[in-house]
Design a protein around this ligand. Sequence first.
Ligand SMILES: Cc1ncc(C[n+]2csc(CCOP(=O)(O)OP(=O)(O)O)c2C)c(N)n1
Length: 273
Amino acid sequence: QEFANQCFGNRADNGKGRQMPIHYGSNKHNYFTVASTVATQLSHAVGAAYALKMDGRDACTVTYFGDGGTSTGDFHAALNFAAVMEAPVIFFCRNNGWAISTPVSDQFRSDGIVVRGLAYGVLSIRVDGNDALAIFSAVQAARRMAIRESRPVLIEALTYRAGHHSTSDDSTKYRAAHEIELWRTERDPVSRFRKWIEGNGWWSDEAESELRSSVRKQLLHAIQVAEKVEKPPIADIFTDVYDSPPSNLREQETLLRETIKRHPQDYPSEFPR
Ligand SMILES: Cc1ncc(C[n+]2csc(CCOP(=O)(O)OP(=O)(O)O)c2C)c(N)n1
């Protein structure tokens, strides 16, 4: 339900409707909000990991990013900082070959990402990103090392982005349709895992359709509930950054309210004013 609230940016959304849809976060679940600015989450994760270490907690942080994220300065700063401060953080890179339309060959000439971790003195693991069990085992080992040895670990999961980057992207404009099809049909990690559990007699078509229909019902319910919840008030746009808002922000709020009054038809009525 929390996730649906976030997607609808309603009053119950932890982010008060300020984040892009699916950029969910939750204090309750120790889940830091997904960062819209690519790779900024890496240094946050290092800081949080260092705090866990100082507090003597038996825990680590894990942060996820794409190959595109490794083409930013933040990636390098975060890796080096984590290595030097011996912060218990897992850097999980999904190297799917593309940063939106930029292929990895236009991003770097190193042998993927794993060598960069090694260069910074960070234990680094390369794993088949389309093999669920291999991922499970790599993450389990990384977590153990990060916590027991109090140090960062980098995981490079080799995979392919079978979908478009987002709803505004059409990836057939920059890569061959047959390539996408191949990964979808022959290398899909979900079908692969499903085949494995079916082969072991732990799953079946009936179990699959039962699960799918029950999850679908739960999702539709969550969406229907989220749709009906009121939107956050306009005032929320201007809060939470400054203890007392500076004059330029106060001016902007006044301007916005005057504009809404002048053009009420252009502003959705479900936003409490
Ligand atoms: C700092 C920053 N620069 C640029 C963008 C625009 N942008 C959004 S996603 C993206 C590519 C990210 O690549 P990757 O993490 O590999 O994602 P994938 O294409 O695999 O989904 C870019 C450049 C951004 N959000 N933030």
